[in-house]
Design a protein around this ligand. Structure first.
Ligand code: B4P
Length: 186
């Protein structure tokens, strides 16, 4: 059973790696970014509320995210394991997740922290060209990451859950490092 949280700055490769590993392990890839983008595309109430924050590179308010994740972790498929990609992103979200997993009698194996220098992140995201991938918005996402998400590195290190991978390597090399983490656990 694999249960992982992927943590790291925007563009670190969380989504790329989570997609591949979830396919290989046949477990759900739960990306809060993807769920939000779908909600925006479908113009749901959540999507309408989230869009302005995402366009500016701000975090969507915690209460919206928490409701969304509580709902998703209630699906039957999570019994097989999961990868949480891009959640939690604030200490409030991490504390909520601890409580939720306790209620579900589950715990995560590892929180994988993707390390990548800022200049590489900017270059990658500019190359991807999503709507929120303009230089100004990317710089804001990086500073939001430093202020609100980076404190989670210590949060999980203190709980002995943190492992770091060097994300500034080829996609294949990063995947191999993740495989080692997963197999160290089985
Ligand atoms: P996300 O969708 O989570 O996106 P991300 O952090 O930008 O990307 P990721 O790290 O997954 O990068 P990727 O693999 O795609 O968030 C978007 C927005 O949603 C946030 O700004 C926020 O507004 C909102 N949001 C989401 N979750 C939230 C939460 N919990 N709370 C509040 N708000 C939330 O890789 C990027 C590029 O690099 C790709 O082009 C990829 O091909 C390339 N790449 C990947 N690995 C590479 C490698 N090893 N070498 C070279 N290129 C690589």
């Amino acid at each position: 059973m694999t249960r992982l949280i992927f943590l790291g700055p925007p563009g670190a490769g969380k989504g790329t790696q989570a997609y591949a590993l979830a396919q290989a392990q046949q477990i759900p890839h739960i990306s809060t970014g993807d769920i939000l983008r779908t909600a925006v595309a479908l113009k749901t109430e959540l999507g309408e509320k989230a869009q302005a924050y995402m366009d500016k590179g701000e975090l969507v308010p915690d209460h919206l995210i928490l409701e969304m994740v509580r709902d998703r972790l209630g699906y039957d498929d999570v019994k097989a394991g999961w990868i949480l990609d891009g959640f939690p992103r604030t200490v409030t979200q991490a504390t909520f997740l601890d409580d939720l997993l306790n209620d579900l009698h589950q715990s995560c194996d590892w929180v994988v922290n993707f390390d990548v220098p800022d200049e590489v992140l900017v270059e990658r995201l500019l190359g991807r060209g999503r709507k929120d991938d303009t230089e100004e918005v990317i710089r804001n996402r990086l500073s939001v990451y430093r202020e609100q998400t980076a404190p989670l590195i210590d949060f999980y290190r203190e709980r002995n859950k943190l492992v770091s991978v060097d994300g500034n390597q080829s996609i294949e090399t990063v995947s191999a490092a993740l495989d080692q983490i997963v197999h160290s656990n089985q």
